[in-house]
Design a protein around this ligand. Structure first.
Ligand SMILES: C[S@@+](CC[C@H](N)C(=O)[O-])C[C@H]1O[C@@H](n2cnc3c(N)ncnc32)[C@H](O)[C@@H]1O
Length: 329
């Protein structure tokens, strides 16, 4: 379909109000999700305003140069490019991440994974074997070690780092995060995000296949976290055009039944976890029980627990390595 400019009436001035209205109508006609919000996000970026400021200056006239830039953004969106690639950024757990083309766009449900893990950490007792008693009788880990597999633009590791650094409710004084990805583009994006957010000194981003980059470290982790590719290969072609055409296939393709990476992670995690260490995995819709079964019978895990996302979908699994089994490793 040929792109039709939403700016049609050349006799009356083009304002924020009229431009948003016309663009939202056009997006809606073309089946773009959240048409009004998308129009607002794209226009706010061009005008270098916050979204709320658009409403405070609704009758501001739009200059020709601004209109041209906005039209280019609209055309990209109409061609199916995800809004976050056009904006070059996104919000995750209350902070802004840069996101570049070719790197997986973090999804809101992954915030649920971060929150489930943070809740465990807050409740202490996850790391029974590691805690030292402080003078106040409270126990806290000496140093928390985190491994993340498949970090993408860094969303999960950065969310944890920012919470550990700024939120005093987590009993963590010292932490190190090691995050791996197979994609150099993703790692570059993640390193830039860590620099911008001021947590570079606590996170190392390592290139390699799954656990491979962690072996030379000769460390065991208190927390091993991952949102791996989990879409069954046969369903990839059924994903929306914007995902299929723009997001990296290697971030999505979970093999024949979608469980290839999850299976490997469950199998290989125990020797890399400290006693009482936590394995935290995001899974696809309908996969939670299978992953729970994969974890349950072997590997020395205990307390396997499923958590749901905000839509009520069973979205992930938390499993604690038993102290006894780990001591045998
Ligand atoms: C679903 S994305 C998750 C990205 C990010 N953690 C998030 O939650 O937004 C999966 C990530 O795993 C990475 N990946 C795919 N195969 C991998 C492998 N064999 N080893 C390490 N990372 C891999 C992809 O490049 C992608 O960044």
């Amino acid at each position: 379909m040929i792109y039709k400019s939403p700016i049609t009436d050349h006799n009356s001035p083009i304002t924020i109000r009229s431009l948003l209205r016309n663009t939202a109508v056009q997006f809606e006609e073309r089946g773009i999700e959240s048409p009004r919000l998308t129009a607002e996000l794209l226009l706010a970026q061009i005008l270098q305003m916050k979204r709320v400021e658009l409403y405070l200056d609704f009758d501001r006239e739009i200059l020709e140069e601004e209109r041209n830039c906005f039209q280019r953004s609209i055309e990209r969106r109409l061609r199916g490019e995800p809004t976050n690639y056009i904006l070059g950024e996104m919000e995750f757990m209350g902070f802004t991440l840069k996101i570049q083309k070719g790197v997986f766009i973090p999804r809101p449900e992954t915030e649920t994974l971060c929150e489930a893990v943070l809740n465990q950490i807050e409740s202490v007792g996850v790391w029974d074997g590691l805690h030292q008693n402080d003078p106040n009788g409270r126990s806290s880990p000496t140093e928390l070690i985190v491994f993340e597999i498949g970090c993408g633009c860094g969303a999960i590791s950065l969310a944890l780092a920012l919470q550990f650094t700024t939120n005093h409710k987590y009993p963590i004084t010292n932490y190190r995060i090691f995050a791996s990805d197979i994609s150099e583009e993703a790692l570059q994006n993640a390193r830039e995000n860590a620099r911008r957010l001021g947590v570079s000194s606590n996170i190392q981003f390592l290139k390699g296949d799954l656990f491979e980059p962690f072996h030379p470290l000769q460390l065991k982790a208190d927390l091993l976290i991952s949102n791996p590719p989990y879409v069954p290969s046969s369903l990839l072609d059924q994903l929306s055009l914007e995902i299929r055409k723009f997001e990296p296939r290697e971030a999505l393709d979970g093999g024949e039944d979608g469980l290839t990476f999850l299976r490997k992670i469950v199998r290989e995690a125990p020797p890399l976890l400290k006693k009482g260490g936590l394995l935290a995995l995001e899974v696809g819709e309908g996969q939670a029980s299978t992953v729970q079964d994969l974890i349950n019978p072997k590997g020395g895990f205990q307390e396997v627990e499923i958590f749901k996302d905000l839509a009520g979908i069973r979205r992930g699994v938390l499993a604690k390595l038993s102290v006894k089994e780990s001591l045998q490793n």
